[in-house]
Write a protein that binds this ligand. Structure first.
Ligand code: SAM
Length: 235
């Protein structure tokens, strides 16, 4: 992968960055995403934020190499602290991290999101935490995608600022309202695998000398929820 050839996962993230936006890509690594979008004229400019020095230097190098340092600024900073008011950022991408970390990054410096209208978030795991964040912080999910790459499934969650975000129930938080409605083959395969994995964990927990009742109950509830959804979508 490079800035001219994004992975399917990052290309899908890129699809949801509005044309003409000012983007902050938090946890940018090589800055392939903002460089790709700037080269294609899709973003006006923005910030490539990175908390680790090595990737930050890679981002700086990539931006300079492409002659984009007048439009994209690489900043070594933790999470949203890479964004300054004078950047006029309207779109934030956070991709390739766990959902808990994404929600934590968004929550801990929430004031930096002033002026941000769109979030494009791609949690590797823990998508529920991200949906929970959106629903409770004035962002409305407007689209969800699931893609497969190198044997992994990735969910891409897109949300716009809203005064009255739709409240999601437990099932929607776990499975995603749009992904659930679409229930494509990738979604079904993901949850079939997740069901098998959870059943395996339950069997292990039950074979322990002292069986933890609350853990068993939680796993049984999870299994039931997944089975119900798979049955409903005809899988
Ligand atoms: N966003 C790119 C992508 O999706 O391909 C890179 C994903 S990479 C797996 C995650 C990157 O996020 C790493 O470069 C890591 O250093 C960075 N990161 C992790 N926590 C961060 C934080 N709190 N603030 C900024 N960057 C962070």
């Amino acid at each position: 992968m490079d800035a001219d050839h994004l992975s399917v996962r990052l290309a899908t993230v890129a699809d949801y960055v509005p044309t003409g936006s000012r983007l902050a890509d938090i946890g940018t690594d090589h800055a392939y995403l903002p460089v790709n979008l700037a080269k294609r004229g899709k973003i006006v400019g923005g910030v490539a934020g990175e908390v680790v020095k090595g990737p930050f230097e890679n981002a700086q190098h990539e931006i300079k190499k492409e002659g984009l340092d007048d439009r994209i600024t690489a900043r070594l900073a933790n999470g949203l602290r890479a964004i300054e008011a004078s950047d006029h950022i309207d779109t934030v991408v956070i991709a390739g991290m766990g959902g808990t970390l994404i929600a934590q990054i968004l929550t801990q410096d929430f004031d930096r999101l002033t002026g941000v209208q769109r979030l494009v978030l791609q949690p590797n795991v823990g998508e529920k935490n991200v949906r929970q964040f959106l629903m409770t912080h004035g962002f409305q999910l407007i689209a969800e995608k699931i893609v497969t790459e190198d044997g992994h499934d990735y969910e891409i969650l897109v949300a716009d600022r809203s005064a009255t975000p739709q409240q999601l129930n437990e099932e929607e938080l776990r499975f995603g309202p749009y992904l659930l409605a679409e229930h494509n083959a990738i979604f079904i395969a993901k949850w079939q695998r997740e069901l098998a994995r959870t059943q395996q964990v339950l069997a292990q927990v039950q074979s322990a000398k002292a069986v933890p009742a609350t853990k068993v109950a939680a796993l049984e509830t999870e299994i039931k929820e997944i089975e119900e959804v798979l049955q409903r979508v005809g899988a």
